[in-house]
Design a protein around this ligand. Structure first.
Ligand SMILES: [Zn+2]
Length: 199
């Protein structure tokens, strides 16, 4: 018997699909590996002779940011059910750490992340925006503490804030001058580098 024939005889189309999906696990994001391993176990459990001609396409997308399947027998409820559940689970599972997550836009790409794993991305985005828009181009006017994005504000050291009283009975308003902000540029860049290293 030729090698090719033997392989065709031993490996059903479904088993070949399962092996293809199994081969995707090493390049899957860490948070999704367990659900993909569970998928393989579930598929093998139902891969009897009656399904040997079924096959599955898809799985993890090229960029590793999405899970989706196509199945040759869409009326096979068991197979479709297993695949659909995996797909749904991936949409609610942080691709980084497997905690509950949802879709977030990161660098123009949709990523499924939990709040904790999304936080450094969000901070980095806001810092980048702040450094680019405000720190680089705002040389003229003072910046009110209340106008600073909440993630930026803690980076400004306490002794940098100045105050003025807008009226006799009004509470003092805290602000920072463009010059002081420019001096803090190094602090912002340092925090940006730290946050970037976390991602
Ligand atoms: Zn996470």
């Amino acid at each position: 018997m030729e090698m090719g024939e033997k392989q065709a005889y031993n490996t059903s189309r479904l088993e070949a699909s399962i092996q293809m999906l199994e081969g995707q696990i090493p390049r899957a994001p860490a948070g999704w590996r367990r659900l993909l391993r569970r998928l393989i176990v579930q598929l093998r459990a139902v891969a009897g002779p009656t399904r040997s001609n079924s096959f599955i396409l898809g799985g993890l997308s090229e960029e590793g940011q999405k899970v989706g399947f196509l199945v040759s027998e869409p009326e096979d409820r068991v197979l479709v059910g297993i695949l659909r559940k995996t797909e749904a689970a991936s949409k609610n599972t942080c691709s980084n750490c497997a905690r509950p997550g949802k879709t977030h836009e990161v660098g123009g790409e949709p990523l499924i992340l939990c709040p904790r794993c999304y936080a450094p991305h969000l901070l980095r985005q806001q810092l980048a925006l702040w450094i680019e828009k405000d720190l680089t181009h705002k040389h003229e006017s003072i910046v009110m503490r209340s106008d600073l994005p909440p993630v930026i504000e803690p980076i400004v050291r306490a002794d940098r804030w100045r105050t003025f009283k807008p009226g006799l009975s009004a509470p003092p308003v805290e602000y920072i001058t463009p010059g002081d902000l420019q001096e803090l540029r190094a602090d912002f860049d340092k925090v940006y580098a730290h946050v970037s290293a976390l991602i």
